[in-house]
Design a protein around this ligand. Structure first.
Ligand code: GLA
Length: 389
């Protein structure tokens, strides 16, 4: 029998009890994610198709009087406390607690009467693996505060607010994909999100009946230059949109790509644009296949997405390229890096009866190159943020 205190929700509640000497009023869970396809398209107002993982971050929480927030993290063992003054100035609360303070900041900025609260955080989402541990933390805290305060903030408006926390309080210029996945995903489905309108469609992505699995391979690549490279890619895309006279690269249809490329002055910018425009089209093509029940057929689109990230967007590293190549050589239907890049995870769409063979081949390819052994797991499309019973 499993010990409930070993499970993440039990650990958050037990931590709350130990740190604050009373049980929490409730527990809220939010998942990490992988992105099936649509990379670096979100901040170009384009399309993405993430799904939530069973790995979750849980906040156990209860109100406390006044404008005071106290947060304990299982991971570091620290307790951080801050008040309205620290929240009012982005950057005053730092480290992991900045994501929590950022959520309070964004709610207050939007005019909500955020209740003071005590929180205890536990998580199964690994940090730095490109599975959006930060969005899971933001969503677990946001949904707790919304419920505790009875705030009028419909689910569809929550991702934008969590993104503002990350962009303006923490200072990372990310798009809206990760927060949308953490909050809006459904079990058995991928989330087709139009990042301009924020309209979503839940696309059935039930792997079991199709005899498929998604293998998630943690490349274990040390993150290299991540801090500067992500904003640099975003800036190139915005510069290109300005040169082309469109609000965002989303407005360049795939059919007009050659014309658009001919109007751009330098090869790097041309390659960035080609990635974004073709990637948006690949998301649409993937959605069309999934809508008509052809999950097996999406493999080549995943692999083409990887080639585009490697050759045009220049965000892959040897470890992820090795994992993709080895998975494909061992029979994966498709494989690609998922997430912001420069490390993180690779996902491979694999026939269930081939999963062991593909996993073994990836391990062997890593060993041959003397890379740190990869992490291997399978992913089931899981629900977004929810209050636990
Ligand atoms: C990170 C960001 C997202 C998105 C991806 C790349 O995960 O947080 O907003 O831009 O990279 O697709």
């Amino acid at each position: 029998m499993t010990d409930p205190h070993r499970e993440v929700a039990g650990r958050a509640a037990a931590g709350f009890q130990t740190v604050y000497g009373e049980p929490p009023a409730g527990r809220w869970a939010a998942p990490g994610r992988v992105n099936l396809i649509g990379e670096h398209t979100d901040y170009n107002d384009g399309f993405v198709l993430p799904f939530a993982l069973p790995l979750r971050t849980v906040s156990a929480a209860a109100p406390q009087p006044g404008d005071r927030w106290t947060v304990w993290s299982e991971l570091t063992g620290e307790t951080v406390a801050f008040g309205a003054d620290e929240v009012a100035t982005p950057g005053r609360v730092t480290g992991w607690a900045a994501y929590v303070a950022g959520v309070v900041w964004a709610l207050r900025e939007a005019g909500h009467a955020v209740p003071g609260a005590r929180l205890a955080i536990a998580s199964d989402v690994p940090l730095g693996a490109g599975l959006s541990s930060s969005a899971a933390l933001e969503a677990a805290v946001l949904t707790a505060l919304v419920d505790l305060g009875g705030l009028d903030l419909p689910t569809e408006h929550q991702p934008r607010l969590a993104q503002r926390a990350e962009n303006h309080y923490v200072g990372a210029p990310t798009g809206i994909m990760d927060q949308s996945a953490a909050i809006r995903c459904r079990a058995g489905h991928a989330l087709f999100l139009d990042c301009r309108t924020e309209r979503v469609e839940h696309i059935p992505f039930d792997l079991d009946p199709a005899g498929l699995v998604v293998l998630v391979i943690d490349s274990r690549a040390p993150h290299r230059h991540v801090d500067g490279e992500y904003p640099a890619r975003r800036a190139s895309c915005e510069k290109a949109a300005a040169l082309l006279g469109v609000p965002a690269l989303r407005d360049v249809p795939a059919a007009d790509l050659d014309d658009a490329l001919a109007r751009l002055p330098d090869d790097d910018v041309r390659r960035r644009v080609r990635h974004v425009v073709t990637e948006n089209q690949r998301v649409l093509d993937t959605v069309a296949l999934l809508r008509s029940g052809q999950a097996r057929q999406i493999g080549p689109l995943l692999t083409a997405s990887h080639a585009s990230m490697r050759d045009d967007f220049a965000i892959t590293v040897p470890e992820v390229d090795t994992a993709v190549d080895a998975a494909l050589a061992a029979g994966a239907l498709g494989a690609r890096m998922t997430g912001g890049g420069f490390g993180g995870c690779v996902l491979a769409l694999v026939q269930a009866d081939q999963a062991d063979r593909v996993a073994t081949a990836v391990m062997a390819a890593y060993a041959e190159r003397r890379f740190t052994a990869p992490g291997l797991t399978t992913a089931t499309p899981s629900p977004g943020a929810t209050r636990l019973p």
